[in-house]
Design a protein around this ligand. Structure first.
Ligand SMILES: Nc1ncnc2c1ncn2[C@@H]1O[C@H](COP(=O)(O)OP(=O)(O)O)[C@@H](O)[C@H]1O
Ligand SMILES: [Mg+2]
Length: 456
């Protein structure tokens, strides 16, 4: 391994002889070392360039190691900082502990063996490397979410991304509206992942999926014995989301009684778990979503007006896919790549005219339906190109072979997908390898679909 891989160390000790000995040992171990007996000089060096590790003596005439560390830590962003190890005599172990409180990784108690120094330095440099790798990965992740994983170049989608970006910097309540499959949940996640609370939980509650009688306890929790079957005390989703974000999906299905309770949480940031005497306070951002027209529901007396205004602080309206066909090429590309990777298929391109045909379709299921269509096409295309036939495979059973227009007739993609696979297996007498070949898909892709549809 070269010195560069082992990291660069700044070594500071006012005793020249010790400095030379330690410096030599570290160099022999393959590290790049810069030495100085002067802590002021060390400060200048630290301001000038990045070291992976600072090893500093504590008791020095011009400036103590502790003060040097304090000044360094307060003037340098954590992500730019080197690891710190303090050397200290027995009498000043307390300052070593002080140094660790400031962020030093370790300390060496004088006198120490050279080997001890080498081990500590090694560990500190490993730690530094892992920390910067971690930071790099996190930045990458943030950048992915930076585009939010939201694909779309249309004017309206760019405005939405913009708005999401801005609202992420606040804790304001957001109401996301749009037909099913337009990306409401995706946008909610993006907002959370871009917010200062991104390391805190994002808790999702699908209000339509939970029976109304259970929803209250799901949201606010309950104490033991609050109702029949409440054998233990349970935390609600609001409590779980404390410090982070709660995503209330399908808010339009909430009963009037619960609407009132939710309004109170939004107004006072407090609630009582079912059967509890005490009031709990929470600090959460609320993002609600619905495919219904809440304004209309308010007019019809089906949704509480106050709650609507409390939710609708920052509205984000996702347009249906048919109103932004210019987003389709990029979405197709994105989903082809995603599902090729997931199913282990190699796909190099899309047959002429397929994308244009997809742009003609009305997509009642919006982006979700497009994604399902592409996923299926990735699996069913015979070669490395997505063919029109693969996109319209359903047409084989329900419509003219001309392909894409049959998409409009499609009732149940999954049924056809399953049937296609079942028939291929039947033809091959259950031999998977043959069935996969006859459909032009890899065995891995076939296994994936067998699992998905629980076919054996
Ligand atoms: N603009 C987009 N870019 C990439 N993927 C999208 C986009 N919009 C939706 N999707 C994907 O489509 C699917 C449905 O989106 P989702 O957010 O669950 O919709 P909704 O909550 O509105 O029903 C998800 O897999 C989501 O990742
Ligand atoms: Mg959804």
């Amino acid at each position: 391994m070269t010195a560069a891989h082992r990291g660069t160390i700044l070594l500071v000790d006012d005793e020249e002889k010790i400095l030379k000995t330690l410096g030599r040992a570290l160099r022999d171990a393959g590290h790049a070392v810069v030495e100085t007996t002067n802590p002021r000089e060390a400060q200048r060096l630290l301001a000038e360039r990045a070291f992976d590790l600072l090893v500093v003596d504590n008791v020095m005439p011009q400036l103590s190691g502790l003060d040097l560390i304090r000044e360094y830590v307060s003037s340098t962003a954590e992500s730019e900082r080197s690891q710190i190890v303090m050397m200290t005599a027995h009498a000043t172990v307390e300052s070593a502990i002080e140094a660790m409180k400031l962020g030093a990784l370790d300390y060496l108690q004088k006198p120490f063996e050279i080997d001890e120094l080498l081990v500590v330095a090694r560990r500190a440099l490993d730690h530094q490397r892992l920390t910067s790798e971690y930071r790099y990965l996190r930045t990458e992740r943030d950048e992915q979410f930076g585009n939010y994983g939201i694909v779309g170049r249309s004017r309206v989608m760019r405005d939405i991304i913009d708005r999401a970006e801005r609202v992420a910097q606040t804790k304001s309540t957001v109401l996301i509206t749009g037909e099913t499959g337009t990306g409401k949940e995706l946008v909610a996640r993006a907002i959370h992942n871009r917010s200062a609370q991104r390391e805190m939980p994002l808790i999702k509650v699908n209000c339509a999926a939970i029976p109304e009688t259970l929803l209250e306890s799901e949201l606010f929790g309950h104490v033991r014995g609050a109702f029949t079957g409440a054998t233990t005390t349970k935390k609600g989703k609001f409590a779980l989301a404390d410090g982070g974000t709660i995503f209330l999906d399908e808010i339009g299905t909430m009963s009037p009684a619960l609407q009132a309770k939710l309004l109170r949480v939004l107004q006072e940031r407090e609630f009582e778990p079912l059967g509890a005497e005490r009031t709990e306070r929470v600090d959460v951002r609320v993002i609600a979503a619905t495919n219904r027209d809440l304004r209309q529901m308010v007019a019809e007396g089906k949704f509480q007006e106050d709650l609507f205004y409390r939710l609708n602080v920052i509205p984000i309206a996702l347009p249906p896919l048919r109103e932004r066909p210019e987003d389709i090429p990029a979405l197709v590309d994105h989903f082809v790549r995603k599902h090729a990777q997931r199913t282990g298929r190699r796909i190099d391109g899309i047959a002429d005219g397929v994308v244009a045909a997809l742009q003609q379709y009305t997509w009642p299921g919006n982006v979700r339906e497009l994604e399902n269509t592409i996923e299926r096409a990735v699996v069913l295309s015979p070669g490395t190109t997505i063919t029109a036939d693969a996109v319209s495979v359903i047409g084989a059973t329900s419509a003219p072979a001309s392909g894409l227009p049959s998409l409009r007739l499609r009732q149940n993609i999954e049924w056809v997908e399953k049937e296609t696979i079942r028939r291929a297996l039947e033809r091959s007498g259950g031999v998977k390898k043959e069935a996969a070949e006859s459909m032009g898909i890899s065995q891995r892709a076939l296994s994936y679909y067998l699992a998905k549809y629980r076919i054996d």
